[in-house]
Ligand binder design. Structure first.
Ligand code: IFM
Length: 445
């Protein structure tokens, strides 16, 4: 890191999300979320793990903020649990829920750490799921109501907001692949959900700005770099489709280009489309494309894709390259390429990386430390990619490491560890890993 220069005021952060760390699912008036229901359904998560206790952050938030202060963190990205605020999804507000986040934010501010609040990181109240969930337009409208409530309560203290985390996961991973709650496998439902997640962002941004003038708002997309396995037209077409499905389907409407015509054609030809004319209502695209105050995205890996059985269908090709515990290829060049693309093609500014990190399973050693040199190397390579992008003129303003601490990794339960702080889930003991010390050094320098 000696030779890397970052701009003055660069935001050094770390991130978590509510269901992954809070626990206390039956406390403080919290309602049930789709992840409570999903994780308690046999066979949905590895070894039946749930977020019932997770990192017990609901009770230990002061200790956790003290760790952040020790790290020298400038900013902390957390998420607000919708069912803590509106246990029934809409209507009655649970003051205890708002009070919890107010206490958390006050603790952060007292330590000089800027809060970045994400409003939706996947824990939809079950009442809304039972009324149709994300495939129903009413969920986007309910999100705007919820966003307005939280912004009105915290807007005097929180200036940076993320509406929806990873709309691709909210829609396709959850409604088509079915790996995440609510676990559906239904293409038209997934595509409808994708529109409503983007619409929720647009409506939510309006509600936040109305309730908290001066707020800075963005969505957080997740990008996977798509690389064709060869230069053959079929492989290139598979990569085009992959990029369209994961990246452009969300990026283009946000940038004011509408949904990509090639993807509408692909989905249409495959019979995947819902009744699109009824779903995309007049004014929706303008709502989605309203300029955000910054542009946020999460980056982990790339996929090398080759042609599948039919035109544009793809299959992932596994090269003999280093992978993480999740099986994801380590590919910092993809981060560099995406940053340049966002800048030169989409003209996004300023840009924040709101998640980047890696799962490795190092235990606490006999010397009491967690030696995770591989995580340090991963972070170093990705920060080097950021630095190169900045040198090439990309207006990158901040970087949030994922994750501050080991936590509930969704369908993988506690079998994956992304933290720079090790958590013993039996005792809740926190042990900063070697990467924590390394990141502290980076921030300090
Ligand atoms: O843990 C998740 C997070 O909730 C969303 N982005 C990806 C992370 C790692 O899988």
């Amino acid at each position: 890191m000696d030779t890397m220069m970052f701009p003055e005021g660069f935001v050094w952060g770390a991130a978590t999300s509510a269901y992954q760390i809070e626990g206390a699912v039956h406390e403080g008036g919290r309602g049930e979320s789709i992840w409570d229901r999903f994780s308690h359904t046999p066979g949905k998560t590895r070894d039946g793990h749930t977020g019932d206790v997770a990192c017990d952050h609901y009770h230990r938030y002061k200790e956790d903020v003290a760790l952040m202060a020790d790290l020298g963190l400038k900013a902390y990205r957390f998420s607000v649990a919708w069912p803590r605020i509106l246990p029934g999804g809409r209507g009655a507000v649970n003051q205890q829920g708002l009070d919890f986040y107010r206490r958390l934010v006050d603790e952060l501010l007292a330590r000089g750490i800027t809060p970045y609040a994400t409003l939706y990181h996947w824990d939809l109240p079950v009442a809304l799921e039972d009324a149709g969930g994300w495939p129903a337009r009413a969920t986007a409208e309910a999100f705007a109501e919820y966003a307005g409530v939280v912004a009105a309560a915290l807007g005097d203290r929180v200036k940076h907001w993320i509406t929806i985390n990873e709309p691709w996961c909210v829609s396709f991973l959850s409604h088509q692949i079915g790996e995440h709650a609510p676990g559906r496998q239904d293409w038209p439902a997934a595509i409808a959900a994708s529109h409503h997640a983007l619409l929720a962002h647009g409506l939510g941004m309006q509600a936040i700005r109305a309730a908290a003038p001066g707020a800075q708002v963005s969505v957080a997309l997740n990008f996977t770099a798509a690389v064709p396995a060869s230069e053959s037209p079929a492989d290139r077409d598979a990569a085009r489709h992959y990029d369209g499905h994961f990246n452009r389907w969300f990026l283009d409407p946000l940038a004011g280009h509408g949904y990509p015509a090639d993807m509408l054609a692909d989905y249409g030809e495959a019979g995947y489309m819902p009744d699109w004319g009824a779903i995309v209502q007049p004014g929706d695209l303008a709502t989605i494309a309203a300029p955000a105050d910054f542009f946020a995205f999460n980056y982990y890996t790339r996929e090398v894709v080759a042609a599948g059985q039919r035109p544009w269908q793809y299959r992932a090709v596994r090269l003999d390259t280093p992978r993480t515990e999740m099986g994801w290829e380590i590919y910092p060049e993809g981060l560099y390429n995406i940053l340049l693309r966002l800048h030169s093609h989409y003209r996004m500014r300023p840009i924040y990386i709101t998640e980047n990190g890696v799962s490795y399973l190092h235990p606490v050693s006999e010397d009491g430390h967690v030696h995770d040199q591989d995580r340090i190397e991963f972070l170093r390579l990705h920060l080097a990619a950021c630095q190169r992008a900045i040198a090439a003129g990309v207006p990158l303003a901040g970087y949030f490491q994922w994750s501050l601490m080991d936590n509930f990794e969704w369908a993988h339960g506690y079998h994956q560890r992304f933290g720079i702080v090790h958590v013993d889930f039996d005792t809740q003991r926190r042990t900063p890993k070697d990467s924590f010390g390394w990141y502290r050094e980076v921030i300090a320098r």
